[in-house]
Design a protein around this ligand. Structure first.
Ligand SMILES: CC(C)(COP(=O)(O)OP(=O)(O)OC[C@H]1O[C@@H](n2cnc3c(N)ncnc32)[C@H](O)[C@@H]1OP(=O)(O)O)[C@@H](O)C(=O)NCCC(=O)NCCS
Length: 192
C-alpha cells in the first residue's frame, strides 16, 4: 500500500489487482469499461446520460475524484489487473464522507461482466476497506443493495457487513425507485 501526493495519491496492490484513483490518461479505458458493460451494469446503476460514455466526461471525473480525495470527501478507486495495468475491470467508490461524530461513508462497486465470479471484488475490497478504516480513519462503511442482487449481498456478507434495515423506494436505479437492503461494516479498531 502506498500513499503520496503525486499523480497517484493512493495506490493499493493485491495479488491480482492494482487499485488507484483514475487520472485523465485512464479516460479511454473507462469509456471502454462502461461501454462494453453497459447492458450488464444497467439493472444495478443509475440511468446514464450519453456523455457518460465519452472520454471528456471521464477526464473531468478524474479531476473531480482527485479534488474530492484531497478535500476528504471521497475515495473513488478503479480496479486494474496487475498483468494488464492499462485496462479498467471495475470500480470501488467510497463516497459522501461524513466526519464529526459519524466518521462514515458509502460504498458502491462494479466489475466487468467477464471479471465476475473470480473473487476479484472481494480481493479489492479486502485491501480498500483496511485503507479506509486505517489511514482514512473511518468508523463505518455503508453499502446498500437491491434485495434480488444476490452477488452483491453475498459479497457484503463475506466481508462481514451486517444488515441494518430495509428501505423502500431508496435509490433511483435504471430509471425506477428501488427498495434496498441497508448494510454496514464498523471498524472495531477505531481510535479517536
Ligand atoms: C456485485 C459484484 C461486484 C459481485 O461480483 P463477484 O465476482 O460475484 O464478487 P466476489 O469478488 O465476491 O466473487 C465471488 C464469486 O467469485 C467466486 N470465486 C472464484 N475464485 C474466488 C476466490 N479466489 N475468492 C473468492 N471467491 C472466488 C466465488 O465462488 C463467487 O462466485 P459464485 O457466487 O458464482 O460462487 C458484481 O456482480 C457486479 O459488478 N455486478 C453488477 C454491478 C452491481 O451489482 N453492483 C453493486 C450494486 S449494489
Amino acid at each position: 500500500m502506498t500513499a503520496d501526493t503525486g499523480a497517484h495519491p493512493v495506490r493499493l496492490e493485491t495479488e491480482r489487482l492494482v487499485l488507484r484513483i483514475a487520472t485523465a490518461e485512464d479516460a479511454p479505458a473507462l469509456v471502454r469499461y462502461y461501454s462494453e458493460n453497459r447492458d450488464f451494469l444497467a439493472p444495478w446503476e443509475p440511468a446514464r446520460a450519453p456523455e457518460f460514455y465519452g472520454a471528456e466526461f471521464w477526464r473531468e471525473q478524474a479531476a473531480i475524484h482527485h479534488r474530492e480525495f484531497h478535500g476528504d470527501r471521497s475515495l473513488r478507486l478503479i480496479l486494474l489487473p496487475r498483468d494488464s495495468p492499462r485496462e479498467v475491470i471495475g470500480s470501488a467508490n467510497f463516497s459522501q464522507f461524513v466526519r464529526g461524530i459519524f466518521q462514515a461513508c458509502h460504498l458502491g462497486y462494479s466489475l466487468a461482466e467477464r471479471a465476475e465470479g473470480q473473487g476479484l471484488m472481494r480481493e479489492a475490497l479486502g485491501a480498500a476497506i483496511p485503507f479506509v478504516f486505517g489511514p482514512l480513519h473511518m468508523h463505518r462503511v455503508m453499502a446498500n443493495h437491491m434485495p434480488h442482487n444476490r452477488r452483491s449481498g453475498a459479497l457484503l456478507r463475506a466481508l462481514g457487513f451486517v444488515v441494518d434495515g430495509y428501505a423502500r423506494d431508496y435509490l433511483r436505479i435504471n430509471g425506477r425507485w428501488e427498495d434496498h437492503v441497508l448494510t454496514s461494516l464498523t471498524n472495531p479498531d477505531w481510535k479517536g
